[in-house]
Ligand binder design. Sequence first.
Ligand code: ADP
Ligand code: TRP
Length: 334
Amino acid sequence: MERKISLTGIKPTGILHIGNYFGAIKPALELVNTYDALYFIADYHALNTMKDPAKLRASIREVAAGWLAAGLDPDRVIFYRQSGIPEVFELTTMIMAFTAKGLMNRAHAYKAQAAANSEKGADPDAGVNMGLFTYPVLMAADILLFNADVVPVGKDQIQHIEMAQDIAGAVNANYKQLVLKIPRPAVQEEAAVVPGLDGRKMSKSYHNTIPLFLDEKDLRKLIMRMVTNSQPLEDPKDPETSQIYLLYKLFSSAEEQAALASRYRAGGMGWGEAKEELFRVVNRCLAPLRERFRAVIADVEGLDRILKRGAEKARPIAAATVERFRKAAGIELY
Ligand code: ADP
Ligand code: TRP
């Protein structure tokens, strides 16, 4: 039986953090055993916010190296850059004709920006480029082009995938045939939202991240600087309301979690000690990733070659979808 298809992308808009790792990269890599996988760097999505070429160029390579360091095997996964697949932009234009403007008005990212503007008394569209406004259409094209069955993402991306479902549904209904496969989101519940250092969702925009490839010294410093309340050392503490413990859970076994939780509840353990424990398990997990990342990022040519080869493998699949759409739509090539 043919395997189903898993597809996901990450925007190269900065360095990867453990939210990206647990929310997107790790679950995606687990699916490689049971799905045909296509994973990519969404560089044109990043262009909406990244206008500095040196930074964008560096971030594309860093995110690509991050995937490889995390264990992506380019012989088993089709791994490429969005910009290497011109068919993405053809399909984007085609599906624009099936995307209600009202649907885009409801997209979270656009709505949040418009609401923030209105709150300041500014024009709701201030600072909104068409790339941001039509972001979900390009993302739908990324997904629909490759007949994806599942799209592993964090919770915040579910709305975008539902929009891809709507758009594909509108296309199929119009042509009364299955032109585009309807994808579904795959969200891993326990890592659906990785908390940041300050208790909010971990995100670059909140400056509350634990970067994945930080060296050991800086990682320790970052964890030690976590803000805690002023509960005295001897007080019993509630693990489930502690940021330190919530992060610890991501990196430890059930036994380790139970042990730390009972030390919290017993009292006599200060926040400093809890942070040391957190650092120990985080570093245990990230040290091998960090080593591999350094090796991969040092070989830029090798990295670029992998992405180019991935695009070569991906393009025939993309071309077949565009061809199918053209035929259904009456825009055949002569
Ligand atoms: P950021 O919020 O830092 O800008 P991105 O929006 O670039 O991160 O997210 C890239 C991928 O990582 C997406 O699939 C997103 O759902 C996932 N992700 C980001 N932050 C988290 C988090 N805190 N918890 C779970 N998944 C996350
Ligand atoms: N919008 C996704 C994010 O923030 C990135 C992305 C672009 C994506 N295209 C995609 C994810 C296609 C899954 C499938 O991070």
